[in-house]
Design a protein around this ligand. Structure first.
Ligand SMILES: [Zn+2]
Length: 332
């Protein structure tokens, strides 16, 4: 055996060993992941026909509108053009929310929580044509179990023609268990009922699903922590945000028990990915509930587009303000 071949085998052995402690990930539609070579093979673009409009990021309205998931196109269709793809749970988990009605842009959708992943992320499956009969909140499902059939369900204002039927797939974190408290107090929501409780899209912050779906196993904590930090704030809420109770793996340091506040690092899209407890008197803590601490220059244009910063790039923008308000909803 050549030395090179031996080293390759050794590497394969190491990969297999680490895969055993990682989370199994299944492609969430009937497509065969092993045949997917590039985004063209699975993305469903919007009416713009620009491929990237089906991807995660600031890909809509010339880069001004955020798309929080992946739009995966059908692999098969009936004679009348409806998708035949089944939609599968991407990881082992618990059904957390089932919405059978067409009362929002997601249409018929299912949310799963994944308590046994390295970080208990949620996954979301939207625009379904139908739900798997008997699907119930609280049910535990293995990876790859059927949740429903791919479709194009939405509302009349956000209608999706069958030609552009797709699975909208999201993966991410829940900001607050007290989301309704924030929702009721926010002027923009006045007169608009919250049909989806904690599973309202505003309470969920996603990351790029291609990071999760690329392989048949993933270390979800590493995926979250490897996202680049784009800006940081310091925060001193009356109570520790419940976000930290849910996601203690995102704590980076400091003593939470005696914390007077937090140094919180955000990804460009507004996910609070790193939390450091700050002791009383730490010079980073400033008067008031929170303040913008620092911005990484290379992310400034993206942060402005996402409205994490104002148009001049100098102050907190609407998106960052909303994220912080929801994160601190339990301090109200
Ligand atoms: Zn989508």
């Amino acid at each position: 055996m050549t030395r090179g071949r031996y080293q390759r085998l050794l590497l394969l052995g190491l990969c297999a060993a680490s895969a055993a402690t990682a989370t199994e990930v299944v492609w969430p539609t009937s497509m065969d992941r092993s045949l997917l070579r590039s985004p063209e093979d699975y993305l469903q673009p919007t009416e713009s026909r620009r491929l990237e409009s089906g991807a995660f990021g600031m890909v809509r309205d010339d880069g001004h509108r955020f798309h929080e998931g992946l739009d995966i196109r059908p692999a098969g269709r009936t004679k009348t053009g409806e998708p035949t793809d089944l939609v599968f749970s991407a990881m082992e988990g618990v059904v957390a929310y089932v919405n059978p009605r067409l009362n929002g842009a997601y249409g018929r959708y299912v949310v799963m929580l994944h308590p046994r992943a390295e970080v208990p992320v949620y996954t979301l499956y939207a625009h379904l044509a139908s739900l798997q009969p008997g699907l119930k909140v609280g049910q535990t499902l293995a990876a790859g179990k059927v949740l429903g059939v791919m479709g194009h369900s939405s509302t009349s204002e956000t209608a999706i023609p069958k030609e552009r039927a797709h699975l909208h797939f999201e993966v991410g974190l829940m900001l607050s268990e007290r989301f309704q408290t924030w929702y009721d107090a926010d002027a923009d929501n006045r007169g608009v009922p919250n049909h989806h409780g904690l599973f309202n899209g505003q309470n969920l912050i996603g990351f790029d699903p291609t990071l999760l779906l690329a392989r048949s196993s993933a270390d979800v904590r590493a995926l979250l922590r490897d996202q680049p930090v784009a800006l940081a704030i310091t925060l001193r809420p009356k109570r520790t945000p419940d976000f930290l109770t849910r996601y203690p793996a995102l704590l980076k340091g400091g003593d939470s028990a005696t914390a007077a506040g937090w140094y919180v690092e955000f990804s460009w899209q507004g996910m609070p990915i790193g939390w450091t407890a700050l002791p009383p008197g730490d010079p980073r803590l400033r008067p008031g509930l929170w303040s913008l601490y620092g911005v990484k220059d290379q992310f400034r244009p993206q942060l402005i587009q996402r409205r994490m910063l104002t148009a001049n790039g100098k102050a907190a923008g609407d998106t960052l303000i909303r994220q912080v308000e929801i994160l601190t909803a339990n301090s109200r």
